[in-house]
Design a protein. Structure first.
Length: 225
């Protein structure tokens, strides 16, 4: 299978400038390679840098040292040294990211938030709406809410909209940060089904789970930090 992500000797250190320049080492020489169709769980105690690793891959953080090579448009891009325009292109076409929190523009309907990535890739409004409706229905978001802003939704509903958005389009690499954390049993099962479908479609998935059963069902192997 085609390798999609290569992490080599990755280190991340935070400097607390308001605390006298104290340095906190979060990641130390982390290496990982993942291919299309694989799903890797990132495990470890709280504070060991699981979410930070995902943010480094996505380009939200800059590493202290090491390399993060992403297969993008038939070539490799190192997100540790890439220009901002290259990071934007990676996010548009290659890397999807489902965070723990939904950040949206007020008054934008849930239906449009989910379908936005498809519109950005050139899909018609009809196709984007159809996919968004399918996902919102599968994730048990009542149809009466589809035309409302998720800012007014419950925490669990917001997370499901966030998940629907992340799975609306195919991403060669998909990052999932505790995607089932605030969900009930039924919706956890729906999310695990979506992860399985994404793997079959060839996505390389890196995920943080705290539940051992969900981790075993969703992921083929684990990296412990």
């Amino acid at each position: 299978m085609q390798a999609m992500l290569k992490i080599e000797d990755l280190c991340k250190e935070f400097i607390l400038h308001q605390q006298g320049g104290v340095r906190i080492s979060v990641l130390n020489k982390v290496s990982l390679q993942i291919a299309a169709g694989e799903s890797v769980a990132i495990t470890g105690l709280s504070g060991r840098g699981k979410s930070s690793l995902l943010k480094l891959i996505y380009g939200s953080y800059r590493s202290t040292s090491g390399a993060i090579r992403v297969f993008h448009d038939y070539g490799w891009v190192d997100t540790t040294t890439a220009e901002p325009r290259d990071i934007i292109a990676l996010r548009q076409r290659t890397i999807g990211y489902v965070t723990q929190f939904l950040r949206v523009i007020p008054r934008v309907p849930a239906l449009d938030i989910v379908g936005e990535v498809l519109i950005e890739r050139g899909a018609s409004q009809v196709i984007a709406d159809k996919r968004a409706r399918e996902l919102l229905h599968r994730l048990n978001i009542p149809e009466t809410l589809w035309q409302l802003s998720p800012m007014t939704f419950s925490g669990g509903e917001q997370q499901r909209v966030n998940i629907a958005r992340g799975f609306a389009a195919h991403h060669p690499i998909l990052l999932l940060d505790e995607p089932t954390a605030s969900l009930d049993d039924e919706n956890r099962c729906r999310v695990l089904e979506l992860i399985g479908e994404a793997r079959l479609a060839g996505s390389a998935i890196i995920a943080v789970f705290h539940d051992d059963v969900e981790r075993a069902r969703a992921c083929s192997r684990a990296l412990r930090l």
